[in-house]
Design a protein. Structure first.
Length: 417
């Protein structure tokens, strides 16, 4: 075997050993099925150059699949590149552009996880302590820990499954509502738990509603204030805000369009809503530049001490393809070229989002389509990851490969139930 290959193999073996250590030292980390499949610390090879034509193709595929518009922005050592197709406002015909704000949905979970892990590093909260230690009597099981919430292993059911079983009526019923966190937890507790604490990954918005409660309890401040002082201000994110329960998106923004369940029914303009149904699980507003800054800073180690970032990066499989993983408020996608990217996806009515960066934070991608309840458009938007980090054209719809693994697997799993 050539020397360079032997060295690479040796490094890979060391990496496996290094990765295994924190798991055995912290068995509560993620339950019985916990698996760290590779070292998140080893320096990976630089990913292939981004392909801008492929990026535009992925965006066109997204509009062909039913999104009025789509946009992507890449930052990296090569500079900033952004591309947009279609419209951000169907009424005025205004073109989509990279300066538009939008609702980032569950990318909010990464913001909430960062704040919570800062509180852990300040010793205000312990990752493996029961949630009920901080919020006495809130949860029906003292074995549910803070880490279970952040890794979607609490077994707390997702109240949004019932809430949005019928897409447009479900949305219209909550669009101007203001829920307390406790209202949302109570909705969840009406249903049977999905797993025993720690037993398995099961994506649930309830987990990050409770994370919001923990943040407010430990700091005595609103999550809005903590996002502001711990993330938004330090990173200078000028177009990022948490305005719950205000319904408008201030400043230049894309309008969001929800696909009804009924084939052929007209799109519903869903731009204005409280997003009270999601709050700390999904109500942040941002733009592509700020999302690039956020994911690059996070993976670059500028938001959390190394120990906390390592905890966030301890991944377990999140689907059967073994290309999708979940850490603490953070996803990992393994792309077709071998590059792994870290970040989150988001879905709120009218908006699909991807915000990912390489392990070293040097390259990041933010992509958005101003539609939702249209899985094909979300999957097509996921093709921007292949373009940005693998330099590859996305596989055509229906082909075997990365892009056919549903980009919204968590939503589809739940829709199928
Ligand atoms: C709720 C329904 C979607 C959306 C949801 N969003 O749970 C959270 C999120 C905040 O972003 N999660 C995704 C609606 C999975 C993520 O982490 O990427 N769908 C829509 C329906 C289906 O109403 N009946 O598509 O707009």
């Amino acid at each position: 075997m050539p020397l360079n290959r032997r060295l690479a193999l040796g490094a890979a073996l060391l990496a496996v050993v290094a990765a295994a250590a924190p798991v055995s030292a912290a068995p509560a980390a993620a339950g019985a099925a916990a698996l760290v499949t590779r070292s998140e610390k080893a320096a990976p090879p630089a990913p292939p150059a981004a392909d801008l034509q492929a990026l535009v193709q992925a965006l066109r595929n997204t509009t062909a699949a039913g999104a009025p518009g789509a946009v992507a922005r890449i930052t990296g050592p090569g500079g900033v590149r952004s591309r947009a197709v279609g419209v951000r406002d169907r009424a005025t015909g205004a073109p989509m552009d990279a300066g538009s704000r939008f609702r980032i949905g569950s990318v909010t979970k990464t913001f909430s996880a960062v704040v919570l892990l800062q509180l852990v590093s300040e010793e205000k909260i312990r990752l493996d302590a029961p949630v009920n230690r901080y919020l006495p009597g809130l949860l029906p099981d003292d074995r549910i820990t803070v880490r279970h919430l952040l890794s979607h292993r609490s077994g707390l059911p997702d109240y949004t499954d019932a809430m949005f079983a019928r897409t447009v009526p479900g949305f219209e019923a909550v669009r101007t509502k203001v829920f307390s966190y406790r209202d949302l937890v109570n909705l969840s507790l009406k249903e049977p738990r999905t797993t025993a604490p720690g037993a398995a990954y099961a994506y649930s918005n309830t987990n990050f509603v409770v994370v919001g409660m923990l943040i407010e309890k430990a700091t005595g401040h609103s999550v809005a204030k903590e996002y502001e002082r711990r993330v938004i201000k330090p990173l200078g994110l000028r177009n990022t805000s948490y305005v719950h329960p205000a319904t408008r998106i201030e400043g230049p923004h894309a309008r969001g369009y929800l696909h009804p369940d009924e084939a052929g029914a007209p799109l519903v303009d869903s731009t204005e809503q409280t997003v009270s149904w999601a709050q700390s699980a999904g109500a942040v507003i941002s733009d592509p530049a700020d999302l690039n800054t956020f994911t690059s800073a996070l993976l670059g180690g500028r938001l959390l001490p190394a120990r906390m970032l390592d905890a966030m990066l301890t991944m377990t499989p999140a689907d059967t393809t073994r290309t999708r993983f979940y850490g603490l408020g953070l996803r990992r996608y393994d792309l077709s070229c071998g590059t792994s990217v870290y970040g989150h996806t988001g879905t709120v009515q009218g908006f699909y989002t991807y915000a990912f960066a390489t392990r070293d934070g040097r390259r990041s991608l933010a992509a958005m389509a101003n539609t939702s309840n249209r899985g094909a458009a979300n999957t097509a938007l996921g093709g921007t990851l292949e373009a940005a980090f693998c330099g590859k054209l996305p596989a055509p719809a229906g082909a075997r490969g990365f892009t056919v693994a549903p980009a919204d697997a968590d939503l589809r799993e739940r829709d199928a139930r």
